[in-house]
Design a protein around this ligand. Structure first.
Ligand code: MRU
Length: 344
């Protein structure tokens, strides 16, 4: 059974604690939106679509937590909760998308009871729709992959990065389900190992053929003909086709260009930021300890200066296609992305 990452159960949010993987598949239950904010900040839940739905669930919890009896009072409680949830991670645009959607529903309701009922209902619907969207994206993307392809992926854009099924790994699942035989090469994805801890875990869990490589073997595998297509997810895609994804994606894309290997991105429309320009996007900088050690083991000298960006930007000229639930955008992206939104 494909993993379900986040769920609303009995007025609480249940999610897989991804910091414990791959050793333990453990679920945590939250009833306070501050716990959800901590979970996002500390990577208990991560991946752009999963963060978006977690934000929405966080606000639904906040609506239940507040003892407001007047609409204005409840809206200002939600505004404050939204701020706390929004500030947890700056790069994935799905978080703002999820929070804004819930705030819009709250502002349209008339009574406090109506707000509470509608925000919970909407957040639950967003979670179900996430899986449906991923399955549609998978079906669209599977047309780009052939029997006996070996597909490289970076980070984790799977069931664990979404509510279920996944974006990039959803395309791989759909390709396999269409009867094609595919193999996956997963990069380890230093520093926090979303490739080895999460992608390798979930593909193995689902019986999909996967080999793990150190990030430093990307060039070797391409140069030696061990990979013939690449697919990654995204945290934010601009209207120009600039793709923000896990640190290291840019290097993979550059090497793919050098070796003439198609480089695809799979992401739902909620990952597109049609307003910002590259200079507006904040790249999250994470703590030095992620780099100065592996797990609990120290691997660098005390006091060393560290640069630890969580994401990088891949320019549109390195991207062969962007797979969405509405179809596949091909270069030139400014036009094809616009068309995908118009088809909505
Ligand atoms: O820091 P993370 O683990 O949240 O980063 C996740 C990624 O970069 C994923 O590739 C991206 O969110 C797409 S997930 C469908």
């Amino acid at each position: 059974m494909v993993l379900r990452t986040i769920e609303w159960k009995d007025n609480s949010v249940v999610m897989i604690d991804q910091t414990k993987l791959p050793n333990t598949l453990e679920y945590v239950t939250y009833t306070d939106y501050n716990q959800v904010a901590d979970a996002i900040r500390n990577l208990v839940v991560r991946g752009a679509p999963a963060i978006g739905v977690s934000g929405a669930f966080g606000l639904a919890l906040a609506a239940l937590q507040s003892d407001a009896t007047e609409k204005n009072e409840l809206i200002s409680y939600l505004e404050n909760a939204k701020k706390i949830l929004f500030e947890t991670r700056p790069t994935a645009v799905n978080l703002a998308w999820g929070l804004d959607k819930i705030m819009q529903v709250a502002s349209q309701a008339i009574t406090v009871d109506e707000i509470r009922t509608n925000v919970v209902k909407t957040a639950k619907k967003m979670a179900e729709e996430d899986i449906q969207i991923n399955m549609a994206m998978g079906k669209n993307g599977s047309e780009l992959f052939d029997d006996n392809d070996t597909i490289m992926t970076h980070c984790n854009a799977g069931a664990l990065a979404t509510v279920g099924y996944g974006t990039a790994l959803g395309v791989i699942r759909a390709t396999k389900d269409s009867g094609k035989n595919v193999k996956v090469i997963a990069t380890e994805t230093r520093p926090v190992q979303q490739g080895s801890r999460l992608t390798a875990f979930e593909l193995k869990h689902d019986g999909i053929n996967v080999s793990l490589i150190p990030d430093t073997a990307v060039g070797y595998t391409m140069a030696n003909g061990l990979v013939n297509k690449i697919i990654v997810g995204a945290d934010r895609i601009l209207r120009t086709g600039h793709v923000y994804n896990k640190i290291g994606t840019y290097q993979v894309a550059i090497m793919a260009k050098q070796h003439d290997i198609p480089f695809y991105v799979a992401a739902p429309l909620s990952t597109f930021d049609m307003k910002s320009n590259p200079e507006d996007v904040i790249i999250e900088q994470r703590k030095a300890s992620e780099v100065t050690g592996i797990g609990d083991k120290k691997t660098a000298p005390d006091g060393i200066d560290v640069i630890n960006p969580a994401f990088d930007m891949t320019p549109p000229e390195l991207v062969s296609g962007i797979i969405t639930e509405n179809g596949i955008a091909k270069p030139p992206f400014e036009e094809s992305i616009k068309e995908l939104f118009e088809a909505n």
